[in-house]
Ligand binder design. Structure first.
Ligand code: ZN
Ligand code: ZN
Length: 139
C-alpha cells in the first residue's frame, strides 16, 4: 500500500497518507489565491487514509459553508482542504515529501485566475470547480 508523509514547514503538523493519492488539481479561485499567495496545487486521498501524526499547531478555518481548510497556526503552512460532504480530503501537494508519484491533471476556476501568470501546460482547463480527476481505488 502506498505511504506518503507530509508536514508543515515548522514540523508542528505531521501526517501520513496510507493509501493512493489523486493526481493534482490546480485551483485558481480567488479564495485559494488569497489564502496561499498564489494558486493551490492539491492532491487528495480518502478521509480514512489520512492520519495526522502530530497536530499540536493544526488549526481549521471555515473558508466557506462547503469546506474547512487546515493550516499550521505557528508557521502558516496551508495543508488541507476538507469538504463538509466528507467525500475526500485535499492535501496541498507542496507539503508532501518527495517523491510523490503524482502529476498535474487539471485546472479549475480558471475564470478567476490571476493576470500575472499564464497557463501553458496543456492540461484541461475548467470554469468552476468541477473536474474529472478521480481518486484511485485503494489497492
Ligand atoms: Zn508549522
Ligand atoms: Zn480554490
Amino acid at each position: 500500500m502506498p505511504l506518503t508523509k507530509g508536514r508543515c514547514q515548522c514540523g508542528g503538523v505531521e501526517f501520513t497518507v496510507n493509501g493512493p493519492l489523486r493526481d493534482v488539481v490546480y485551483c485558481h479561485c480567488k479564495m485559494c489565491r488569497r489564502l496561499t499567495g498564489h494558486l493551490v496545487a492539491a492532491t487528495a486521498c480518502a478521509p480514512s487514509h489520512l492520519s495526522i501524526d502530530r497536530s499540536g499547531t493544526l488549526r481549521w478555518y471555515a473558508s466557506s459553508p462547503e469546506a474547512n481548510r487546515g493550516f499550521c497556526g505557528n508557521c502558516g503552512s496551508n495543508l488541507f482542504w476538507k469538504p463538509v460532504s466528507g467525500s475526500h480530503v485535499s492535501i496541498l501537494a507542496g507539503t508532501l515529501d518527495d517523491p510523490t508519484g503524482i502529476q498535474g491533471a487539471a485546472h479549475i476556476h480558471v475564470e478567476s485566475k490571476g493576470d500575472y501568470y499564464t497557463l501553458a501546460d496543456g492540461l484541461p482547463q475548467h470554469h468552476g470547480g468541477e473536474h474529472d480527476v478521480r481518486l484511485p481505488e485503494a489497492g
